[in-house]
Design a protein around this ligand. Sequence first.
Ligand code: SF4
Ligand code: FES
Length: 248
Amino acid sequence: MDITLAIERYNPETDAEPYVKEYTVSAKPTDRVLDALMEVWRNYDGTLTFRKSCAHGVCGSDAMRINGTERLACKTLVKDVVTDTETTIEIQPLKHLTVQRDLMVDQTPFLENFRSVKPFMHPAEAEPKAAEFFQSQEDREVFDDATKCINCQACFSACPVLDKNPEFLGPAAIVNAARFVFDSRDKGLEPRLAALDTPNGVWPCENHFQCTRVCPRGIKVTKLINLTKREIKKYRESRGEETAEPKE
Ligand code: SF4
Ligand code: FES
């Protein structure tokens, strides 16, 4: 079948504003949208710019908006986004990040937020009691969902709170904080409070669930944000501190 990719193009060095360019290519229904993009890049227009690496839903580099929804191009089949009567696929870059060129965005703010939650182990004890820091299967289960994040930025783009507050920490950073906050071997909340318990930390989340809807890893993102909020409230309670959410 023939499909048309209507791709939002933009080169900040030469274009006054973004524009849409259409490419019609031959594709099988079971081809991935990434295959169609590669076809354009190889045989129609080598200037088309986008990221991709693993092509198997692991690296998170090819998240983009496909027909208005954040998806991984390598995990989206053509048949999932065309119909018998509509064979045009609209492709746009992620939102909330500056376009460097075409579908490639500047990941810096996203990665700065990620780093700010210190997403690495702060051992609760200086030395393990045995040969290693032991963790039961039950304790591992508590944060298992949060380990699945591939930092694809789909949730960061889909989040309606970031439309109005670009300073919001964003869903993915909180998921990556939760991965350690709820790890029984880690110090938990304290090393991460400076990023999480601020007016632009966890609190702006309004439970729109768009992050959960678009996450290609099926992570219950909103639930993890709410669990982290609850953990902060418990922490404050334990110290006899105010538990109300801070206002901007
Ligand atoms: S939480 Fe899901 S959507 Fe957000 S960056 Fe991680 S994998 Fe991507
Ligand atoms: S190219 Fe790695 S997730 Fe799609």
